[in-house]
Design a protein around this ligand. Sequence first.
Ligand SMILES: C[C@@](CO)(OP(=O)(O)O)[C@H](O)COP(=O)(O)OP(=O)(O)OC[C@H]1O[C@@H](n2ccc(N)nc2=O)[C@H](O)[C@@H]1O
Ligand SMILES: Nc1ncnc2c1ncn2[C@@H]1O[C@H](COP(=O)(O)OP(=O)(O)O)[C@@H](O)[C@H]1O
Length: 280
Amino acid sequence: MTTIEVFAPAKVNLTLHVTGQRADGYHALDSLVVFAGIGDIVGVSRAEEPSLTVGGPMAAGVPTDRGNLVMKAARLMDVAADIHLEKHLPAAAGLGGGSSDAAATVSALARLTGQPLPDAGDLLCLGADVPVCLQQSTARMRGVGEDVTPLPGLPELHAVLVNPGLPVMTQQVFAGLADRTNPPMPDPLPEFTSTAALIEWLAGMRNDLEAPAIAAQPVINQVFDTLKVTPGCLLTRMSGSGGTCFGLYGDAETASSAAGRLQEAYPSWWVVATVLNAAN
Ligand SMILES: C[C@@](CO)(OP(=O)(O)O)[C@H](O)COP(=O)(O)OP(=O)(O)OC[C@H]1O[C@@H](n2ccc(N)nc2=O)[C@H](O)[C@@H]1O
Ligand SMILES: Nc1ncnc2c1ncn2[C@@H]1O[C@H](COP(=O)(O)OP(=O)(O)O)[C@@H](O)[C@H]1O
């Protein structure tokens, strides 16, 4: 029996500007999206009836029924498959775990069956993050998530991702926005010749969802405070609708030592040192 495995990396929003709201309630975004070295793994093989097993260190609480986005992705492809999902990413964390799993499922099933990939509109129905997650490469994401422009050549970044273990509901965070019409990033984006230049520019950008996410889960403030004082931390920001925040560092060793300190001080938090944008 042929099994196809696809890596589903964490999505990290280096910036997330909310620039408007559509009549259907969805928000217009302008976001610089990168992918991390950590992620879930999706394995698919053909079956008589659809089935799903979920394992891995972050499996607790992840749906194992038709509500799982990997099952929705298989239904969209109209393929009966045995799916095994190995969760390494926290759920409801601003890392697009479910979206990345769904995109990986679509890719895996397309390879398994030879079917074409679904069109952009169908992918968007699985989740606003699914189109960018299908690309798995650095991009500027606009619209509600359907407008994905690849951004090759961005310098790679050494990061620590920190999630305090409390789920954050994306819909609730968008609903808590005080202002829905904020400035986009510059167009075109500047060209970055070094990591330092990129981080300096990022410091002038924003994640507009930080304030409503902190209102929903005040522990995010503690994550920021803790990350900021780790030696060598150059920038902190929240990813997506939270609660995962990231710190950026000048090199892998400094990031890894910051992660070690954080994990020791907060054993219940999910802490990972990783490279963002490596395969870019
Ligand atoms: C905020 C972002 C930023 O990358 O990331 P996450 O926090 O999910 O990782 C995404 O836009 C989330 O994408 P995704 O999680 O796939 O969103 P969906 O399931 O389509 O939508 C969840 C809810 O978020 C709100 N939503 C989502 C996207 C968008 N452009 N406008 C919205 O208002 C809607 O209230 C929707 O009901
Ligand atoms: N494969 C999946 N992995 C994680 N969560 C999933 C998955 N499929 C469905 N879900 C549901 O989607 C919700 C959002 O999870 P997730 O996609 O990880 O959020 P975020 O994009 O904020 O990181 C979870 O609360 C969970 O119930």
